[in-house]
Design a protein around this ligand. Structure first.
Ligand SMILES: [Fe+2]
Ligand SMILES: [Fe+2]
Length: 156
């Protein structure tokens, strides 16, 4: 296995650890939210959690079946949040970082195209699919707070 492919597997495993975290974090935050208007927010958080679970499954398949790697079983550190605003901002920050990480991985995969004759399109397709989902999560979360795009850029 080439250095480039090894690096891609490592990055995909890093992403898998953050998907494990995101799934658990959204499910936990969904139980923290309460109040008179909480129902649609709880539903949205649970729906996003389900997407993150699917992303983890997609990554496991890419790593194991398409790249002969071993999928990670660990998870990145999850973050607590207590208020609705805090929960949404915490997850918006994570979603932004997810888009950055997947964009970086996608670039590496494209650079290694010649070394991936039997799996390039599958990996590229799935990464693009996941990035589009994360961008959708950003759109959905910011809508809950009525945030403008320029405000998202300020979240750190
Ligand atoms: Fe995800
Ligand atoms: Fe997401």
């Amino acid at each position: 296995m080439s250095k480039k492919v090894e690096e891609i597997i490592n990055l995909l495993n890093k992403a898998l650890e953050t998907e494990h975290q995101a799934n658990i974090q959204y499910l936990s935050h969904a139980e923290v939210v309460d109040g008179i208007n909480s129902e649609p927010i709880i539903e949205r958080l649970k729906e996003i959690a389900e997407d993150e679970k699917k992303h983890a499954a997609m990554l496991r398949t890419l790593i194991g079946d398409y790249l002969d790697g071993v999928p990670a079983i660990t998870m990145a550190k999850a973050k607590n949040a207590t208020t609705i605003e805090d929960i949404i901002k915490t997850n918006l920050k994570d979603e932004k970082e997810a888009v950055e990480l997947y964009t970086q991985i996608l670039e590496k995969v494209r650079e290694a195209k010649q070394e991936l004759p039997y799996n390039f399109l599958k990996i590229e397709h799935d990464l693009r699919h996941i990035i589009m989902d994360e961008q959708e999560h950003i759109a959905e979360l910011r809508k809950l707070l009525g945030m403008k795009l320029s405000e998202i850029e300020k979240i750190k």
